[in-house]
Structures are given as structure tokens and as C-alpha cells.
Write a protein that binds this ligand. Structure first.
Ligand SMILES: [Zn+2]
Length: 173
């Protein structure tokens, strides 16, 4: 099945919609400064805010996306669509090859957030892909018909701290 991605984007004046839902597009300057501000001002609470916002939006967005494509029924196809969606939205490359309804491992060799963070702030001492972790949790809950918060995602290795790739562990919360 082929997704007509340009058809999925609709513009009404200055507003953009993806599969019927309003979306915001931001460059790495905005996104990395947002993350830095949240981390600096709120600490772990700011990290959680970023994670849960990404989780909620990816869950709502991907649920809507799947409702528009009722012929995509297998988990494997939905995971492929999620990966393509992540890439098409400019977020990067994400691999769901070791994932199932009980969780597993997700990897990302390239991402908008890693490239943006390293360009603006340089190497981190800790993992930093909180948006991606939340995005993964939300999209997997949508794929496996679970509620928000069903999965917890922890990043084990991160390219922001110069690991080879970002590695996320997914567990049932
Ligand atoms: Zn990372």
C-alpha cells in the first residue's frame, strides 16, 4: 500500500493539518531551546512534560492516521507506517524491528533532536531524546490498542552523548 503523503498535508491559511489534525512545524533552534529551557528551569519535571506531550500527541495523531487507513491491520504494517511517518515528518530514522506487544528495543541511528542538540549545545553527559521516547510510547500504545501511559520508554544509549545510536527500552509501565 502506498501512502500519498502530500495529500495527507492540508493547509488552511497559515494552519497545517496532518491527517486531519492541526500540527506545528518547528526548526531545531526552537525545539532544542524548548528542551533546554524545560530541563534547566524544571529539571526532571520538564523532561516529563516533554515526554508526555510527545506521547499524547503521537498517540492522538497515529490513532487518527490509522482510522484513515483501515486496511492497515497488522502490527507489522502499523510499525512500518509509524517508522515512515517519523521519517516523513523530519524526525529521523527509527527502527521497530525488536518490538512487540510486551515491549522490546527501539533504535534510532539518526534524528532531528540529536543533530539539533549537537549543533546547538554539543555533547551531553546523559541521554537526551525525551521527545522521541514519548513519541515511541504514544505510537506503540496506538498500535497495540492501549491507553496513554501503558508503555514506559527509557533511553539506554544516546547519540547526544556520542553513543553509536540511540537505544530505547520499551516496557509495560
Ligand atoms: Zn538519543
Amino acid at each position: 500500500m502506498t501512502i500519498d503523503w502530500p495529500e495527507k498535508f492540508a493547509r488552511k491559511g497559515h494552519e497545517l493539518f496532518l491527517s486531519g489534525l492541526p500540527i506545528a512545524l518547528h526548526c531545531h533552534h526552537y525545539n532544542m531551546n524548548l528542551q533546554k529551557t524545560l530541563e534547566t528551569s524544571l529539571g526532571s519535571e520538564g523532561v516529563l512534560l516533554l515526554y508526555t506531550a510527545a506521547e499524547e500527541s503521537s498517540h492522538a495523531g497515529f490513532t487518527s492516521f490509522l482510522e484513515h487507513h483501515p486496511k492497515i491491520v497488522t502490527a507489522k504494517s502499523k510499525l512500518e507506517l509509524a517508522s515512515t511517518s517519523y521519517q516523513y515528518c523530519g524526525l529521523g530514522i527509527i527502527n521497530f524491528t525488536k518490538i512487540g506487544p510486551e515491549g522490546g528495543i527501539v533504535t534510532s541511528p539518526h534524528s532531528h533532536h540529536v543533530t539539533g542538540w549537537l549543533a546547538k549545545f554539543g555533547k551531553r553527559q546523559n541521554v537526551g531524546c525525551f521527545f522521541t521516547g514519548g513519541w515511541v510510547a504514544g505510537v506503540l500504545a496506538a498500535i497495540y490498542n492501549k491507553h496513554i501511559g501503558y508503555f514506559s520508554v527509557d533511553e539506554l544509549e544516546c547519540k547526544m552523548s556520542l553513543s553509536k545510536e540511540c537505544v530505547f527500552e520499551v516496557k509495560i509501565a
